[in-house]
Ligand binder design. Structure first.
Ligand SMILES: Cc1ncc(COP(=O)(O)O)c(C=O)c1O
Length: 438
């Protein structure tokens, strides 16, 4: 059994209590299919697809081969004023995959960068249309849109924002949609809460539609602990945005690529955004990459001015990176060949029954699910919010299951290759954990 002897001081870990972690590090050494292996040789079932990204499972051989082959052919190509075949091919494939007229792709390197890019495109679009006053963004309480300043500003998670001083001033927020009093233990989309979208009317009345560029929401809020949109809610947002020339951005960084049983939440829930942000499952997490899908309306409005002028002064050194494109194209092949989106859809009823069986335990105040996503919300301990779920996280890990927790919510989002036996294993471990939780 290998032992971890590496010095840990230099590496400042993201979104991690560094000092506590380094006293008792959890170190992974390998991953394949549904499982990690720890340095101690323990097998851990991945209940969250990495960080919601490894939809086709770990170390998929087809994706790995595509990356290795591209590595020897061309490991970098400048993104500005030069192109390579894979970037164009990948963009065409994505345009074919997603619904409606989301026919254009801007490549980034992460979900956070995709959000910043989408916000900038929204402003630039209105300016190109002669509506330069349309600058404001409407986000939502409890929303997560990455960690850059634009995304933090439209985001609504206090802990992520509070240390960083004034954020963008031109931002307001819708209320979140979580309502335990009315919707606890809902299966799929909650019945009530569509009216929360009407708050957009109040924000329009307050600021004026002529000042609002875009509304940005996660169609299903993930990082805050899985908040599933009430029936009719997204449809309402869409209609109000249409009526006021406000763009609707869906942040689909975690919901795209099969998580809800279709190519994206927009397809699964039948509501069409104007812009859609992607990352994570875009390359099955194998190479960092993000993207923004852009509708014809926005793209065409921006393709104006002299032909030799840059239409959008924006881009990244590694936009459309060849290794990421190779990984992305292979991921799309794997998703299609293994029919992973419909697999997620087919497994969803089994998943729903399995995780709702956990609702019987003390301290469980909600179980919710959609597609291959689930959440178990625990009653916070008085004076120690988050501790109950954190203990559940540690106990599950010791028993061979990786879950994710936010506050007192346990979130589950396994790779889409999961079997029913592995779903049973998740429930078995969580049953044991919840039974012993004080
Ligand atoms: C909805 C959403 N947007 C943006 C991001 C940020 O993505 P990244 O961590 O790749 O920057 C995340 C990450 O979890 C996310 O869930």
């Amino acid at each position: 059994m290998a032992v971890f002897t590496q010095a840990t001081d230099a590496y400042w870990m993201p979104f991690t209590p560094n000092r506590a972690f380094k006293k008792n590090p959890r170190i992974l050494t390998a991953a394949r299919g549904m499982y990690y292996e720890t340095i101690g040789g323990q097998k851990i079932l991945d209940g969250c697809a990495g960080l919601w990204c490894v939809n086709a499972g770990h170390a998929n051989q087809k994706i790995n081969h595509a990356i290795k082959a591209q590595l020897d052919r061309m490991s970098y190509s400048p993104a500005f004023q030069l192109g390579h075949n894979l970037a164009f091919e990948f963009a065409e494939r994505l345009a074919d995959l997603f619904p409606g007229d989301l026919n254009h792709v801007f490549f980034t390197n992460s979900g956070s960068e995709s959000v910043e890019t989408a916000l900038k495109i929204a402003r630039a679009y209105h300016q190109a249309n002669g509506n330069a006053q349309k600058l404001k963004f409407i986000g939502r309480e409890r929303g997560y849109h990455g960690v850059n300043i634009g995304g933090l500003s439209v985001g609504g998670i206090m802990a992520n924002r509070q240390a960083f001083g004034p954020l963008l001033p031109e931002v307001d927020h819708l209320p979140h949609t979580h309502d335990l009093a009315k919707n606890a233990f809902s299966k799929g989309q909650p019945e009530t809460g569509a009216d929360k979208a009407d708050r957009l009317f109040d924000l329009i009345a307050l600021h004026g539609a002529h000042t609002i560029a875009a509304v940005i929401v996660e169609p299903m809020a993930g990082s805050t602990g899985v908040l599933i949109p009430p029936k009719g809610y997204l449809e309402k947002l869409r209609k109000i945005c249409n009526d006021h020339d406000i763009l609707l951005i869906f942040d689909e960084v975690i919901t795209a690529f099969g998580r809800l049983g279709d190519s994206c939440a927009a397809a699964a829930l039948q509501v069409q955004p104007d812009l859609m942000t992607l990352a994570k499952g875009l390359t099955n997490g194998a190479v960092p990459m993000g993207a923004v899908m852009i509708s014809d309306k926005i793209h065409d409005a921006m393709m104006s001015g002299p032909e030799n002028s840059v239409e959008l002064f924006h881009g990244y050194t590694c936009s459309g990176h060849p290794l990421a494109c190779a990984a992305g194209l292979a991921s799309l092949d794997v998703y299609a060949e293994e029919a992973l989106f419909s697999r997620a859809n087919d497994l969803a009823p089994y998943w729903q029954n399995a995780i709702h069986s956990l609702g019987c335990h003390d301290h469980v105040i909600d179980v919710r699910n959609i597609g291959l996503v689930g959440a178990i919300e625990l009653e916070p301990r008085v004076g120690a919010p988050g501790m109950r779920a954190y203990e559940a996280y540690l106990k599950a890990f010791e028993s061979g299951l990786l879950v994710r927790t936010t506050g007192d919510i346990i979130a589950l989002s396994p790779p889409l290759i999961i079997s029913t036996e592995q779903i049973d294993f998740i429930v078995h471990i969580l049953n044991d954990v919840l039974k012993t939780l004080k």
